[in-house]
Design a protein around this ligand. Structure first.
Ligand SMILES: Cc1cc2nc3c(=O)[nH]c(=O)nc-3n(C[C@H](O)[C@H](O)[C@H](O)COP(=O)(O)O)c2cc1C
Length: 183
């Protein structure tokens, strides 16, 4: 049976580069893994009053889909030197109710990107900080930072730079080893 990996994209916009790279990852993944983008855009802002039986339906759907996943790949841009709010919201939603986190113990990998030179470094490391608390063993190396992403894909989102494909492939292969070591 294939290992089920949830791909979480930290951008909601239609033409998102993060979304395009996430789709490329799905195509590059080996047959042993089944990668699926799990949408986070419909999750209402987390409110602790929703804990317990008052959870919005979107929380229930997200949590049950994520419970099936055995690991996670995050692809995110940076907003104001951190991860976008939609991503942090999804992290919080998945972490509750207390003791029923959908994240704990499942191997993770982080990819950050930007259209400028910064490659989402701030977002990448803020996310890693959150993942420590959520007990997601996150692959340390290779770190994957993608800068000037608009120069790496065409209008359809296909990767045009072979070095980018190589880097993503290396990341996925390393993640496969990381996943197997921990599972
Ligand atoms: C509110 C906001 C804040 C941003 N802050 C940063 C930033 O701190 N660092 C950065 O490199 N890019 C920043 N950007 C640019 C985005 O990272 C860039 O638009 C990126 O392509 C968005 O990701 P996406 O293409 O997946 O939607 C910001 C964009 C927005 C809308």
């Amino acid at each position: 049976m294939k290992h089920k990996i949830g791909v979480i994209v930290g951008s909601l916009r239609e033409a998102s580069f993060s979304k395009r790279f996430a789709k490329n990852l799905i195509e590059l993944a080996s047959d042993e893994f089944e990668l699926e983008i799990v949408p986070i855009g419909d999750l209402p802002l987390f409110n602790e009053d929703f804990d317990g039986d008052k959870a919005p339906e979107a929380y229930n759907e997200f949590r049950s889909k994520m419970k099936e996943k055995q690991g996670f790949i995050f692809v995110t841009p940076e907003y104001n030197r951190s991860m976008p709010g939609c991503l942090k919201n999804a992290m919080d939603v998945g972490s509750r109710p207390k003791g029923q986190s959908i994240w704990a113990g499942k191997p993770g990998m982080v990819i950050s990107l930007s259209q400028g030179n910064m490659s989402g470094f701030g977002a990448n490391h803020h996310l890693r900080q959150v993942l420590v608390n959520l007990n997601v063993p996150t692959m340390p190396q290779p770190e994957i930072y993608l800068a000037k992403v608009q120069e790496m894909v065409d209008a359809e989102g296909n990767i045009t730079n072979p070095k980018t494909t190589e880097l993503l492939q290396k990341g996925l292969d390393s993640y496969a080893n990381w996943f197997k070591k921990l599972s």
